[in-house]
Design a protein around this ligand. Sequence first.
Ligand code: IMP
Ligand code: MG
Length: 182
Amino acid sequence: MTDWNEHVERVLLSESEIKKTVQALARRIEEDYREKENIVLVGILKGSVTFLSDLMRELKLPAQIDFMRVSSYGDATTSSGNVNIILDINRKNLPAENLLIVEDIVDSGRTLKYLVTYLLNKGAKSVKTVTLLDKPERREVNFTPEYVGKRIENHFVIGYGLDYGEKYRNLPYVGVIKPEFI
Ligand code: IMP
Ligand code: MG
């Protein structure tokens, strides 16, 4: 049987490091959102599912959850630059809601830059972004997430929701994929 652990060159964020990173992010978000009503965590499918499920349980705030799905990557490791919304949110009370987009990783920045503008235009009261990982060297557009778990160098990473060609999402840690599997 294939063992995906053997496709990992090295671990970038272990399970315990992820836990500490999520806790630190939650404390910062709680501080900033303490006075806000109607908080909605908007997970970007599929990569954010593990991060969202850990973050939502760590946050001591009354937050709803919702999901969007976008496509821009396909099976490749580089962005096409186009963002297509495949699944949108459909919320009745958007003008009263403070959205926090939850993303696994920011690379070119195109996905989140597009989504922030899109959701503000759709009428949300506020839109901010939290990402577990950020690769600032790779930025192609001017975009800075409000909350970043960890900045990493320009490696293609897998696990904890992150995929390569839809594989590896259920590895419990974040690792660098061995070049021979790309
Ligand atoms: P951006 O629009 O270029 O910032 O792309 C962000 C999206 O690209 C993320 O939601 C991921 O789906 C994907 N992505 C970027 N870098 C990686 C990586 O190292 N591993 C897995 N997915 C990645
Ligand atoms: Mg992806």
